[in-house]
Design a binder for this molecule. Structure first.
Ligand SMILES: Cc1ncc(COP(=O)(O)O)c(C=O)c1O
Length: 411
């Protein structure tokens, strides 16, 4: 059996020699997502035909317009430190996009360019959370939210979502009214559910946070990956004063390894975040900033990239729903309308999410991620990512899962 324990029970201190670790790591779990990625890579190096429905990455090539723009930046020698907060042209282009799309006015000083959204999220936690402060995180959610908040010393409280994976306003109201938290983190479109929060509910949660002087952090990294006409609501549309937007180019431009993201926040919140960023990193990679700026400033190229990525991922989503939904023991109660994930329940297979994921990987070479990586409410779910699996690989994975389940029911 491969080594894996659910992150809720596992501790970091598995070392041969005792080492005095920082107390802030006490409740922080190792990332199971990365772990499955490493196990898959190991099995692949041993000759196994591994199908990754695990990591939230895209196998799509870098869009040619962007790739050319980055290459040009390299050729021109734009490979040195940039301004710590990001090149002004990129910050301006980002600010302009929020005016154009959402009619929200930001000046470039309210935009901070980061090494991916992950840096932005951690900077925010370190800047605004004191030990013992409460941070609310939706359940299920991207596991980094809770763990990064814990690194900053937060007490994390999980807020269940509605059955169709929208924000549960009543649950937020009850919790916030009883004891206002320092930060409320929301994420729409949502990883791992592929759901889009309704405009009404985003508005109500933003307003609740404002009423009780909490900061609302909205992770909008999947903003552009929506299907069937589903619209994105930017949390700052309802109040920019207590809202921090964290966003990224990783998924939009299929460039997860190039590490470019950004934070948008009003000056009083940006100031402390910038202070952490300054001492965290010199700047996001300069040629990538230059390439992204050129792409944002070329509406035809920008729209073309989004349209293409949407079409490819929508096709995969449809194939995945068609293949995964009928699998014996699977319950896909919610069909995703955004992102590139499915979040089925596998309880009827007789296995928990972690049992299913680890046995499946071991016996078939198909990687999925157990639901316990995303909170506590869905231990019998798994997350399936089709970001790196074209339709033929999704079909092949479904066929391997079918055989795997048949063998188990016979045995
Ligand atoms: C909700 C969410 N936020 C942030 C990230 C990380 O983005 P980045 O690559 O920009 O650090 C991910 C990656 O999977 C994600 O799902």
């Amino acid at each position: 059996m491969l080594y894996y324990e659910p992150f809720t029970v596992r501790k970091l201190s598995i070392m041969t020699k005792p080492v005095k670790t920082a107390a802030r790591l006490q409740d922080v779990s190792p990332s199971g997502l990365r772990e499955f990625f490493e196990i898959g890579a190991k099995l692949e190096s041993q000759g196994m035909d591994v199908i990754s429905l695990g990591i939230g990455d895209l196998d799509l090539p870098l869009p040619p317009f962007l790739s050319d723009a980055i290459a040009e930046a390299f050729a021109k020698g734009q490979t040195h430190y940039s301004s710590n907060a990001g090149i002004i042209e990129l910050r301006q282009a980002i600010a302009d996009r929020y005016v154009d799309t959402y009619k929200i006015e930001y000046n470039p000083q309210e935009v901070l360019v980061t090494c991916g959204a992950l840096e932005g999220l951690l900077d925010t936690m370190l800047a605004l959370v004191n030990p013992g402060d409460r941070v609310l995180v939706q359940d299920p959610a991207f596991g980094y939210f809770s763990n990064q908040a814990k690194i900053a010393g937060a007490d994390v409280e999980l807020i269940p979502m509605t059955p169709d994976f929208d924000l549960d306003v009543d649950a937020y109201r009850k919790t916030i009214e009883a004891n206002p938290p320092q930060i409320v983190i929301i994420n729409s479109p949502c990883n791992p559910t592929g759901s889009v929060a309704s405009r009404k509910n985003v508005k109500e949660v933003v307003e609740l946070a404002r009423e009780y002087d909490s900061i609302l952090l909205s992770d909008e990294c999947y903003e552009f990956l929506r299907y069937d006409g589903h619209k994105h609501t930017c949390a700052a549309e309802f109040n920019r004063d207590n809202v921090i937007i964290v966003n990224s180019f990783s998924k939009t431009f299929a460039m997860t390894g190039l590490r470019l993201g950004y934070i948008i926040a009003p000056t009083h919140l940006m100031r402390p975040i910038y202070q952490v960023h300054q001492y965290n990193t010199a700047c996001a990679p300069t040629p990538i900033q230059v390439g992204a700026t050129k792409t944002l400033n070329n509406p035809k190229a920008f729209k073309g990239i989004i349209g293409h990525h949407r079409a490819v991922l929508d096709d995969r989503r449809k194939v995945a729903i068609e293949c995964i939904k009928p699998l014996k023991g699977f319950k896909l109660t919610y069909e995703p309308v955004a992102g590139f994930y499915l979040f089925p329940n596998v309880e009827q297979t007789g296995m928990t999410g972690p049992e299913f994921a680890i046995t499946l990987l071991e016996e078939t070479g198909v990687i999925v991620v157990p639901g316990d990586q995303f909170g506590i409410a869905f231990p019998n779910n798994i997350r399936i990512s089709v970001g790196s699996a074209p339709p033929n690989r999704i079909r092949e994975a479904a066929s391997r899962i079918t055989t795997f389940l048949e063998k188990r029911s016979e045995g």
